[in-house]
Design a binder for this molecule. Sequence first.
Ligand code: SF4
Length: 224
Amino acid sequence: MLYNEEDFLSISGIQHFVFCRRQWALIHIEQQWDENIYTVDGKIFHNNAHNGMQKEVRGNIIITRGLPVFSRELGINGICDVVEFKRDPDGINLFGTDGKWQPVPIEYKVGKPKEDDCDALQLLAQAVCLEEMLSCDIKKGYLFYGNTRHRTEIVFSDELRKRLSDITNEMHEYYKRSRTPNVKKTKRCKNCSIRDLCLPDMMKYSSAKKYMQNRIMEMENESD
Ligand code: SF4
């Protein structure tokens, strides 16, 4: 099955979905959003990585920044921070250039490598889009982290590709049914950017009234 453009879901949502299904649904289905220090830092870092689409040639590498991409097969779209096209006899033709070129996506991330595979999945999603748009195979890409300031190679294994396909299918299922999952409180809630919209602690209380009474008490204690 191929998705139509109006059904595309944002590639950037994959990290939200892997972090917490409910967070993704609140942001991407219910269109709610809140900023915390991690998301603000991330935006500034990304804006430095690309600001509109740009192209630069450095020797045997063509560097593009802010390249829009999509995949009809996965039903996703987004923007690649950086795609390097390296001169390679086994690569592809690029309009307006001589020779052949191999695309390599590079995603910029604030902070350090995470415990889960959300960044690798996001990078692979970009690679799958490029493969579909340019009719090519991409075996690897790189994640660049602001804290470590070096590139981590990500090999696009069959296992990672299957996981991406399962995740995007699941995202489309949730989206089709406009379903926001219930709160499932985990240690991640502490750093969640939309904690104040999700109200994970509310589940402890038998009613919204009891929750509000407790919050007012907490706020009064904080201001003492
Ligand atoms: S607060 Fe917790 S349950 Fe709620 S969206 Fe964030 S991570 Fe998910």
